[in-house]
Write a protein that binds this ligand. Sequence first.
Ligand SMILES: NC(=O)c1ccc[n+]([C@@H]2O[C@H](COP(=O)([O-])OP(=O)(O)OC[C@H]3O[C@@H](n4cnc5c(N)ncnc54)[C@H](OP(=O)(O)O)[C@@H]3O)[C@@H](O)[C@H]2O)c1
Length: 387
Amino acid sequence: MKRRTVSILGATGSVGKSTLDLVERSPERFEVVALTAATNVASLADAARRTSARLAVIDDAALLPELEERLAGSGCRGVTGRTALIEAAAGEAEWVMAAIVGCAGLEPVMAAVEAGRTVALANKEALVTAGALMIDSARRSGATILPVDSEHNAIFQCLAGSSLDDVSRLILTASGGPFRTLGRSEMARMTPAEAVAHPTWSMGAKISVDSATLMNKGLELIEAHYLFGLPSERIEVLIHPQSIIHSMVEYVDGSVLAQLGSPDMRIPIASALAWPDRMATPADKLDFARIGRLDFEIADTERFPALRLAREALEAGGAAAVVLNAANEVAVGAFLEGRIAFLNIAELVEDALARTDASAPHSIADVVDIDSETRDRVREMMRVPTT
Ligand SMILES: NC(=O)c1ccc[n+]([C@@H]2O[C@H](COP(=O)([O-])OP(=O)(O)OC[C@H]3O[C@@H](n4cnc5c(N)ncnc54)[C@H](OP(=O)(O)O)[C@@H]3O)[C@@H](O)[C@H]2O)c1
């Protein structure tokens, strides 16, 4: 069997490492072309050596000499810069994992889509900020976008090629995050360490904070809209603390299809990696008798305003999703650095949305401009003391 050529953007992160784990377990099925990272040079060089990758891209140019030194004699080329990142995304690999965190991943994802690759999309911020442009581009280039977010991967599996006319609604499940049962006054005191301690999933810091505010589910709502082409009112969010059902599709006849599995990202990643086939993973199998019960709750947008803001941004259209995402990225960064309190995150996003006069982006350059203007505005807003 011919090996599938793969590149992993964000190879040193949580999703990137899980992807490497699967690829390295099946060397007979996968051949690694390129790996990328921002600053984690040791982990990047190590993975490049282990997988015999041909190209390793480090975003921080100051780290290139160290990367080259670590790769000496391996046959892998160490490079840096935007052009190199685009080369990794749109180069020889037929399958590209997009696992850079944040809007920083947008241009490489678009390059892979424009080049007609099969793009396994974990980088939800890219789709949230440029969804319409990306889906249009994929139509033109023939690229396939395979959702890696566990919820969207679940929906993709439950749709299994059905007509969207037969779907009445999508039900996105959410664990509720580490603060699911807390009141606002308790949330106000929560630290970064408490926010990243997710009850069911092990993930990178930014998405873990997004899960604590429920912004993650808001971003996923927008992501689902672009991936599956359904309007906001046909996409529901349901709290399901056990993270066993990863999402559901309700059909017009009343049938509901759900995808279940243990909360291990290697399951949705494997589904995209082997697609349209399947591959084995080391993820735990479900033991239903031990699980015993599955619980569900309504998502509370009073306690978790970020989810309301994301739905409003989706319904407003135009530049709102770009502003929402940029403001959130800056606010989450500031929270992780201990500069603002947990509740300030959604407050800053709401203020940024209220103050924007940006018009709808018509190109990726427009998205990048709105993203950058919003970041500057939110940084300026943070200079004014917050409560
Ligand atoms: N983690 C999960 O379980 C999960 C589940 C569903 C969806 N996702 C989505 O997948 C994406 C990745 O999440 P993650 O949790 O894997 O994040 P993460 O652990 O923080 O890893 C992020 C990766 O992106 C690289 N990176 C960060 N900033 C960059 C920049 N400016 N330019 C180039 N590369 C950059 C990092 O390199 P360094 O290591 O060198 O910093 C790292 O390889 C996010 O969009 C997230 O929402 C994650």
